[in-house]
Design a protein around this ligand. Structure first.
Ligand code: OAD
Length: 256
């Protein structure tokens, strides 16, 4: 890995040192270095597969076996991977800063695995499931035993993953908490998200409107780049550990 320090504005360190609340909004890019494909871009899932067929209620009702199989395929990928240095650096920030909130669009649970204790899942979690008719909840173990689309043992309805599909609302409590956190953020990191899917993509704007210092971490330009105070064009598995390391070095020299 490239060990060259990032060219960071020391003002970021000043703000971090006084911050009450640090928030990271994360997307598929933060898990890319763990081996989970992103949705958009040249290698993205939505280049080859149609979201309306695999990630909508209409698509599920049309072909429940196929959608179930696809989610099981994604769980099989996630089962085999580990949090990467980006997830770990975000978890380690909790040791250094007062309040750290991770708002994620990812459904893979890798932030929690890395040790982050305050994670808001905006798009659900791929390991949780529920019956589309009676709402009964099912865990992953029960799902794994099934062949084809699993059905509810209470009412016979189809069981689907507890993820947010296109055309569906975000879980209201999670989104309200995310908005409150974004508004309270002194520093927001927008990490590995194309910021194309709303309402999650509006959160950096909310943070900015409430005077947060906004840092984007993404190898590519996004709409967030236009409003960010700093854009770090590096993979998050490299950038986040360097930000933390450089901050700790700055703190040491500024208190020596
Ligand atoms: P996208 O796939 O839209 O965007 C991933 C972003 O990560 C892109 O901007 C990449 O440039 C960037 N990226 C790739 N590798 C990276 C790395 N190593 N480090 C940092 N950034 C990297 O993913 P999301 O923004 O999360 O929703 O997509 C939002 C939602 O759209 C997803 O939650 C999903 C999808 O359809 C649903 O399924 C409802």
């Amino acid at each position: 890995m490239d060990t060259t320090p990032l060219d960071l504005d020391p003002y970021l360190f000043e703000i971090l040192s006084q911050a009450n609340h640090i928030v990271a909004l994360t997307g598929a890019g933060v898990s890319a270095e763990s081996g989970i494909p992103t949705f958009r871009g040249e290698e993205g899932i939505w280049k080859k597969l149609k979201p309306q067929e695999l990630a909508s209620m209409k698509g599920f009702l049309k072909n429940p076996d196929r959608v179930t199989e696809w989610y099981q395929h994604r769980r099989d990928i996630i089962d085999k991977v580990k949090p990467n240095p980006g997830h770990i650096a975000l978890a380690e920030m909790e040791k250094e800063f007062r309040n750290v909130t991770v708002i994620t669009q990812n459904v893979d649970g890798l932030h929690q695995q890395a040790g982050s204790s305050n994670v808001i899942e905006l798009h659900g979690n791929i390991y949780r499931n529920y019956c589309i008719d009676c709402g009964k909840r099912y865990d992953y173990g029960q799902m794994k035993k099934s062949e084809g689309v699993p059905v509810c043992d209470e009412c016979g309805g189809y069981i689907r993953p507890d993820v947010v599909w296109f055309g569906e609302s975000l879980p209201m409590a999670a989104f309200n908490e995310a908005e409150r956190s974004a508004a309270a953020a002194d520093v927001m990191f927008s990490v590995g998200t194309s910021a194309e899917v709303y309402p999650a993509a509006g959160l950096p704007r909310t943070a900015k409107a409430h005077n947060a210092y906004l840092v984007e971490i993404n190898p590519q330009h996004t709409d967030i780049s236009l409003i960010a105070d700093d854009s770090i064009r590096k993979p998050s598995g490299e950038a986040l550990p360097k930000i933390l390391k450089q901050y700790l070095e700055w703190k040491k020299t500024s208190t020596d």
